[in-house]
Design a protein around this ligand. Sequence first.
Ligand code: UDP
Ligand code: MG
Length: 321
Amino acid sequence: MNKLWKLDMEISVVVPLYNEEESLGELTRWISKVCLGLNKSFEIILVDDGSIDNSWSTINHLATDNPAIKAIRFRRNYGKSAALNEGFRLAKGRVVITMDADLQDSPDEIPDLYDMIANQDYDLVSGWKKKRHDPLNKTLPSKLFNLTTRKISKIPLHDFNCGLKAYRLEVVKAIEVHGEMHRYIPVIAKWNGFRKIGEKVVHHYERKYGHTKYGLSRFIKGYLDLLSITFVSRFGKRPMHLFGFLGSLLFFAGFLIAAYLTYAKFFMEAYRMTERPLFYFGLLAMILGTQLFMTGFLAELVSAAGRTRHNDYGIAESINI
Ligand code: UDP
Ligand code: MG
């Protein structure tokens, strides 16, 4: 179990929000009621992702009579991942639960999620909105998205992007989420060595107030993100193994072609190099090969620079440190 953090807080509920003024009162009261019912110490961390409505003043108001509320506000809108990342940084609870601010997720799920992390030894439990209350143009692409992610990551989840999730504190301290990577938190967690990932069917409600912050473009961005995290997790710490390999292969092929053409010209038949289409293939292969190789070097430099700044390796336990 986790020994690296002091644990006098049991539950941290992290809520990223962007222009959700109407739902915050009901949401924080509901979360508090459920956690008080559980009789566990808890905190509600509201991360205002640069809202331009009255969310922040609402939060100020709510915090005056709810001591569990802690909040930060971004100066501008950085996106849900950034908001979650900051929430994770601040969280102190043994179990960290994230949920959307729009009341589509139900705080009534907290007790079961808490139990799965605290007592059943899960690293991460993801909600599954089995019966979804969203329009078809959202649920259909989402099915496809989940299928691809499931195949690539080999994590048997149905609903990767569910806002309602629970984590062991150690997990949220070990992972970094930025860009739009919040869709892949289970994948990032798995690649950081947290393997016990579970799923729980959760209730899903229609959005009561406000409107969704994402359009269809989320799916295109989503696939690009999946490509990058697949790449980073496989080759992030050894980019030369990919670029160097491909580069050498290509260069070698080009070199063989050039050598053959040269040999043929002198010993077989006299012709002009540029008359042979093969010549251009060889040339191209050598140039591209060199460039790939150079890309590998650059990527190694970037990766090395990153490593000296902060420790990238997840330390699970330690003795006498
Ligand atoms: N959100 C955020 N920053 C953003 C966009 C969204 O913090 O830039 C929050 C939003 O307030 C909500 C959650 O992320 O609490 C999920 O967003 P939304 O409900 O719009 O997504 P959907 O349910 O349509 O997938
Ligand atoms: Mg929503």
